[in-house]
Structure formats: C-alpha cells, structure tokens
Design a protein around this ligand. Structure first.
Ligand code: ZN
Length: 208
C-alpha cells in the first residue's frame, strides 16, 4: 500500500501528463491524514501541493503538511485578505522550513473529505465561459454537479465552496475557473475528475 504522499505523487503525474487538465504549475491536490507533532502527539494534517510546484515533476517534499486543527477555526471568519491568509498558512506548517502551501489550500481544507483534486481543465472552462453558463453546465451534467458562481480565488471563494459542498454530488464546477472532485483516495478523486472532464469534452465536441 502506497503512503498518502506517494499516492499524491502518483495522481500528480497522471494529471500533469495531460495538458488539457493543467499547464505548468497549474492545478493542486491534497490528502488529509494524521501525523505526529513536535511532542509526538497525533494530529490531523493535510498534505497539499506547494505553491509554484509542477504536477508533472513533483516529488514528495513538495507536499507540505498543514495542521487542520489550526485551519478549522477559519471557517468562522467572514473575510481574510490574501496576505493574511498566506501568512496564517505559513504558521500552520508542520515543518516550519517546508515549502509554502498552495494559495488555494483552503479550497481543499474546508471540504470534509479525504482526497481533493482541483484543475482548470479546458473542457470545464469551455462550458463555463459561454453565455448561459449555469444552464450549459446543467445541460451537460444534469444535477450531478454543484456549481459555484465566479469569484476571484481567495478566502471568500473557499467559504462559498465549503457552503455549497454536498457529498452526494460528483464534484464542484467553479464558474470560469475549474473543477473540484474528491474521493476516499487520490486515485478515486482522479477517476471522478476524469469522468467529469470526459463528459464535458464529449458535450463540447457534440456542440461543435
Ligand atoms: Zn484554481
């Protein structure tokens, strides 16, 4: 059985090899697991892709662990500037010398599921950048997907996504931005991601 970080690396290579899913440095992925803190106590953490790393060539040390007990109380906040968020997340690192976690860390951390995958897949952008937007998403996926209106990436978007989350759906379409899927393992999140993207591609081709 591969360790959580090995599973993330494996998933990253699959995603990174497909340029219709992510370009250099794009997309991010995570898995929630447990770890030992400085005093040897077991704590819940999330391994998240670091800022500026590339999925195609990523290695285990580019997935820093952030403490979920420090992140959970942020759900109660209404606002947080990008600067404040980056500073806060740096202090959530299990290893203070680790790389900076993705700017989209809270999109992952706020979802109550083990593994999350986020890309800016071409086919999803093709559907959400059209006129009609939500209607087009509905035509393509029926009621299988959650849609979240466009908002600049940041704290408020993470809150919107957390509030819209519904474990019974197949994923979340972020309008004019991308796709989020989840699973019990990174591989499950990847398989769901590909099902959604394939359906979107078929839909787009069908429309010419
Ligand atoms: Zn994004």
């Amino acid at each position: 059985m591969k360790s959580p970080v090995e599973q993330l690396v494996e998933q990253s290579r699959l995603v990174g090899a497909d340029e219709s899913l992510v370009l250099w440095g794009g997309g991010n992925n995570s898995v929630k697991t447990s770890a030992s803190d400085l005093l040897g106590r077991t704590i819940e953490v999330m391994l998240i892709k670091s800022s500026g790393s590339d999925m195609k060539s990523i290695v285990p040390k580019q997935f820093p662990a952030v403490r979920l007990d420090y992140i959970a109380p942020l759900r109660d906040r209404q606002e947080m500037s990008d600067e404040e968020m980056v500073d806060y997340l740096a202090r959530c690192l299990l290893d203070p010398g680790g790389p900076r976690p993705s700017i989209e860390t809270l999109l992952h951390a706020f979802l109550p599921v083990p593994a999350v995958l986020h890309t800016h897949a071409d086919a999803i952008l093709a559907i959400t950048n059209t006129r009609g937007r939500e209607k087009t998403v509905r035509e393509c996926f029926g009621h299988a997907m959650i849609t979240v209106p466009y908002r600049r990436p940041g704290f408020r978007l993470s809150r919107d996504v957390a509030e819209a989350f519904d474990a019974k759906k197949s994923g979340i379409v972020l309008m004019n931005h991308g796709l989020l899927t989840w699973g019990a393992t990174p591989m499950e999140a990847y398989e769901r991601h590909m099902e959604v993207v394939t359906r979107a591609e078929t839909f787009v081709w069908g429309r010419g």
